[in-house]
Design a protein around this ligand. Structure first.
Ligand SMILES: Nc1nc2c(c(=O)[nH]1)N[C@H]1C(S)=C(S)[C@@H](COP(=O)(O)O)O[C@H]1N2
Ligand SMILES: [Mo]
Length: 417
C-alpha cells in the first residue's frame, strides 16, 4: 500500500516537471502526434509495473493492491480471453473470507418485511428445486479506475483491472423470490454473506448491499455456484454468490447466506452515506458533498479496454498492428467501438461482436497502420445503443472516485522497417 502511494506521487510529480520532449527521450521514440497530446496527461508508455504476490487460487499475474483485506486487479493484457479465467478474475474483499466451509451445511435464508414467508434452502435444495441457467456476466467494481481522479479519492487505487467477465451458472434470483412470495410493497433485495469484519468482531457486518426489486427480477440476475463451469474460487465467494451484471459489482454478494426482501431502500453497511454513491448533480473537483446530495450508483457506465497488445509493444512501420479488446455496458448493448492513434482527433471503426447475452462483454478488434516511425498511443472508445460513450480524459469528479470510464490507451512504438 505504502509503495503504491509513493509510486503514485512520483508519477504525478513526473508529469508536472516533464516537457513532451523530455517524455519522448524517456520513451525512446518521437511522439508523432505530440501537438494533440492533452496537457497534464501521462504517456501510457510510462505506466509503472507492480510486483507479483501470491493469492490462493489466483495467478501471480494479478496486481495486489492490498492484502488485508485482499484486493487484486487484472492487468489489461490478462483480460484477452473471451471469458476471464477463474484464476485471473479480480478480487475485491471488504473483510476476511470465511474458513472451514462445509458444503453440506451451507444454507441460504430468505426473509424480510416484504417476504410472504421466511425459508431456508440447503445448497442441494437450491440446485434440485429450481431450473439452472448460465449467463456471461461482466462484473466491475464501482471504484475501477479510481487512481486517475484528481484530487485523489480515498480507497483502493484501482487502475483498469477491477473488471472481468465469466460464465456464471446458478438459479434465477427471480425464481427463488417467487417461491417465497413477494409482497406488493417490495422495493429492494439485499444480501448478507459469511465473511468476517476486518476487526474480527463476529457481530459486525462487513458489507450488505442490494438492488431495486426490478433489477432483482431480471432474467440474468443469478444466485450462482459455478464460474466458467467450475466451483467459484474461494476469494470470489465460494460456494454461493449473487451476480448482477451491469450494476456495480459491490451488489453481487459473495459467500451468500441470507437474502432480504425490503420494503424500503436497503440500509446495510456500505449502502448509505457516501458509499457507492455519486453526487446527484455534477460538482467541481474537490467539492465536499452532503450525504443527502449523493445518489446510489445503479448502472455502470459504458466502457472498453484494449487487451492486446500490452502497452509498450513495438512494431515495424511496414507491419499492421492487430489490436483486440472488450467493451461492456449496463444498457442493452455496445453498438460500436472506435480507435484513435492521434490522441482522439480522428477515429476509425473496430470490428465488434454481439454480446452472448445482455451484460456480457463484447470482443472488438482492428488492424492498424501507422503513418511514420515514432511513439503512438492507441485509444479505444465504446458507444452503446443509447448513444452513451466514453470521455477521453476523465468523467465527472466525485468524492469517492467511482465510475471512471475514460478511454483506455496503450503505448506503441513504431520502428523503421
Ligand atoms: N460478502 C461480500 N460480498 C462482496 C464483497 C465483500 O467484501 N463481501 N465485495 C463486493 C465488492 S465491493 C465487489 S467489487 C465484488 C467483487 O467481486 P470479486 O471479488 O468476485 O471480483 O464483490 C462484492 N461482494
Ligand atoms: Mo467494489
Amino acid at each position: 500500500m505504502i509503495k503504491q502511494k509513493k509510486r503514485e506521487s512520483n508519477r504525478r510529480e513526473f508529469i508536472k516537471k516533464s516537457t513532451l520532449a523530455a517524455m519522448s527521450a524517456i520513451l525512446g521514440a518521437k511522439i508523432v502526434f505530440a501537438d494533440n497530446f492533452p496537457t497534464g496527461m501521462i504517456p501510457a508508455g510510462l505506466a509503472h509495473t507492480s510486483e507479483a504476490f501470491n493469492l490462493p487460487g489466483k495467478s501471480p499475474n494479478l496486481v495486489v493492491l492490498n492484502d488485508k483485506p485482499i484486493n487484486a486487479e487484472t492487468p489489461p493484457e490478462y483480460l484477452d480471453d473471451a471469458l476471464t479465467p477463474n484464476n485471473l478474475f479480480f478480487v475485491r474483499n471488504n473483510g476476511l473470507p470465511p474458513t472451514n466451509i462445509n458444503l453440506n451445511n451451507w444454507t441460504l435464508s430468505i426473509e424480510g418485511e416484504s417476504a410472504r414467508q421466511k425459508k431456508t434452502y440447503t445448497l442441494a435444495e437450491l440446485k434440485s428445486k429450481f431450473k439452472h441457467y448460465s449467463y456471461q456476466l461482466t462484473l466491475e467494481c464501482g471504484g475501477n479506475g479510481r487512481k486517475e481522479f484528481n484530487p485523489p479519492a480515498k480507497g483502493n487505487q484501482w487502475s483498469t483491472g477491477a473488471v472481468g467477465c465469466a460464465e456464471w451458472t446458478g438459479v434465477r434470483l427471480k425464481d427463488v423470490l417467487e417461491d417465497i412470495g413477494i409482497k406488493s410493497d417490495a422495493v429492494y433485495v439485499a444480501y448478507y454473506g459469511k465473511d468476517t469484519h476486518i476487526s474480527g468482531d463476529p457481530k459486525k457486518v462487513v458489507i450488505s448491499r442490494g438492488v431495486p426489486i426490478a433489477k432483482a427480477l431480471e432474467e440474468e440476475s443469478l444466485i450462482a455456484w459455478a464460474m466458467n463451469g467450475e466451483d467459484i474460487p474461494m476469494l470470489n465467494g465460494y460456494p454461493l454468490r449473487l451476480v448482477f451484471g451491469g450494476f456495480p459489482a459491490s451488489c453481487s454478494g459473495k459467500w451468500l447466506s441470507k437474502i432480504v426482501i425490503r420494503n424500503q431502500v436497503h440500509d446495510g453497511p456500505k449502502m448509505t452515506g457516501q458509499s457507492y454513491r455519486v453526487p446527484c448533480k455534477s460538482v467541481a473537483p474537490g467539492t465536499k458533498v452532503n450525504d443527502e446530495d449523493m445518489c446510489i450508483i445503479e448502472g455502470m457506465p459504458t466502457k472498453s479496454l484494449i487487451t492486446y497488445p500490452k502497452s509498450g509493444a513495438m512494431i515495424r512501420l511496414d507491419q499492421k498492428l492487430p489490436i483486440r479488446g472488450k467493451a461492456w455496458t449496463s444498457t442493452e448493448q455496445v453498438k460500436s467501438v472506435a480507435y484513435s492513434i492521434d490522441f482522439g482527433v480522428t477515429w476509425q471503426a473496430c470490428q465488434l461482436e454481439k454480446p452472448a447475452n445482455r451484460y456480457a462483454w463484447q470482443p472488438f478488434s482492428a488492424k492498424i497502420e501507422f503513418p511514420q516511425e515514432g511513439y503512438y498511443e492507441v485509444w479505444a472508445r465504446a458507444t452503446d445503443i443509447s448513444g452513451n460513450s466514453q470521455p477521453m480524459l476523465l468523467p465527472g469528479w466525485n468524492p469517492r472516485g467511482y465510475l471512471n470510464n475514460a478511454c483506455h490507451r496503450i503505448a506503441i512504438k513504431v520502428q523503421k522497417s
